[in-house]
Design a protein around this ligand. Structure first.
Ligand SMILES: NC(=O)C1=CN([C@@H]2O[C@H](COP(=O)(O)OP(=O)(O)OC[C@H]3O[C@@H](n4cnc5c(N)ncnc54)[C@H](OP(=O)(O)O)[C@@H]3O)[C@@H](O)[C@H]2O)C=CC1
Ligand SMILES: CC(=O)N[C@@H](CCC(=O)OP(=O)(O)O)C(=O)O
Length: 351
């Protein structure tokens, strides 16, 4: 293979950053050149993550100390609000760099909507316009040309892969979507939070951010665009479930006149025929997190609702792989013209 592409991972001491490093370390076209951290800066990566002690990795440095002239591509796994300024700075000094962001900082096209949901002024409105929404299966052509890729949130990835094709084909009523979502605790990141403590997350199931979760903005943006419905509103309720990784979204939809659950499933089968990572489950198989754990796969299916004129669409993924690091690498592969499955072909872990 020609020279490897040198990558930097911002936020390598976090969950998405660490999973990115785990996958990148075996990617034949990548060389891990720079890893950054905040409170963990100055430490060897193996001191922070013992599961990565089998390989040689650069030590963690602060963003300020990172040598940007030594990287070709940057993956960002930073908290919301911390990616815009550094993205601008890198592009100003090294305009050829490709940036693949796993945070929400460039996902929302309208900076006013970003402010509404994140409570922050957008600090890079001049480059927001060139950001491509990194849902690979739906934006592949634009990703090929992009230097700034905004990977979707984990819940939106699961929901949009299932619903956008149906909304686009006008097979469902985009204005009547109710999404019940559940996520493992790693979705909340590695920092200490009360609701993620073992004693408080274990043996329980808790709804959170009901009626106000910021992923609604992303889901509305993308389904609204696909369906041609400006100001679309969806109902989305996430729950924290006591497992470390994995996510399952159950969407209750109203069928367009004449459409059946079976038609919806056939449409998804046609849409995703040939897609390496989206599996439409066999007719009687219900998606379960155990079908995707540790992998870049998404499993979807559609079943009839007992209420006439409605259907239930279920989708599942691993929030740290297809929901963040795996999808980021999939986008990297597309952006660099590498076979899309490179480095992320792992089958799910089971049991
Ligand atoms: N977890 C998930 O399933 C998903 C997360 N995301 C998004 O990806 C991003 C990262 O999430 P996740 O890995 O879970 O988060 P973590 O909390 O696990 O990690 C955050 C990382 O950012 C670093 N960091 C924190 N604050 C700063 C700062 N002010 N300046 C520089 N670096 C900083 C931390 O360094 P240190 O630890 O050394 O202090 C750490 O490396 C977030 O935007 C998140 O919303 C997207 C999809 C899925
Ligand atoms: C369990 C849990 O807390 N999950 C996170 C999802 C994080 C994510 O996927 O996405 P963002 O990049 O948009 O934060 C949450 O609901 O905020």
């Amino acid at each position: 293979m020609a020279d490897k592409i040198r990558i930097g991972v911002l936020g390598a001491s976090g969950y998405t950053g660490a999973d990115l490093v785990r996958l990148a370390a075996r990617h034949p076209a990548m060389e891990i050149a720079v890893l950054t951290a905040n409170s963990h800066a100055g430490k060897p990566m193996r001191d922070v993550f013992q599961h990565l002690s089998h390989i040689e990795l650069p030590d963690l440095v602060t963003i300020e100390d990172a040598p940007w002239n030594e990287v070709d591509a940057v993956f960002c796994g930073l908290p919301h609000g911390t990616t815009q300024a550094i993205t601008k700075e890198i592009f100003e000094k090294h305009p050829q760099t490709k940036i693949i962001d796993m945070s929400a900082d460039f996902r929302l096209r309208d900076p006013a909507v970003y402010k509404e949901w994140y409570g922050l002024d957008h600090m890079a409105t001049d480059i927001q316009g060139e950001a491509v929404y990194g849902l690979t299966e739906l934006y592949r052509d634009a990703i090929r040309e992009a230097r700034l890729i905004a990977c979707p949130g984990c819940y939106p990835t699961a929901v949009l892969l299932a619903l956008v094709p149906l909304a686009k084909a006008a097979m469902i009523d985009a204005s009547d979507i109710v999404i019940d979502a559940k996520s493992g605790v790693s979705g909340a990141g590695r920092s200490l939070k009360e609701n993620t403590l073992f004693c408080e997350a274990g043996e329980g199931l808790s709804p959170y951010a009901v009626g106000k979760h910021r992923h609604m903005a992303e889901i509305e943006q993308e389904i609204g665009t696909a369906a041609g419905v400006p100001d679309l509103r969806v109902n989305f309720t996430p729950h924290l479930i006591p497992m470390s990784r994995g996510e399952l979204c159950t969407s209750y939809v109203r069928l367009a006149d004449g459409a059946s659950a079976r038609d919806l499933r056939h449409h998804l089968l046609e849409t995703y025929a040939g897609e390496p990572f989206v599996t439409v489950a066999d007719e009687d198989v219900l998606p379960r997190t155990q079908m995707v754990r540790g992998s870049n796969y998404v499993v979807v299916n559609v079943v009839p609702d007992r209420i006439p004129g409605r259907a239930i669409v279920i989708s599942t993924l691993d929030n740290l792989v297809k929901g963040s690091a795996g999808q980021a690498i999939q986008n990297f592969n597309v952006a660099y013209g590498i076979d899309e499955t490179t480095g992320i072909e792992q089958l799910p872990l089971f049991p």
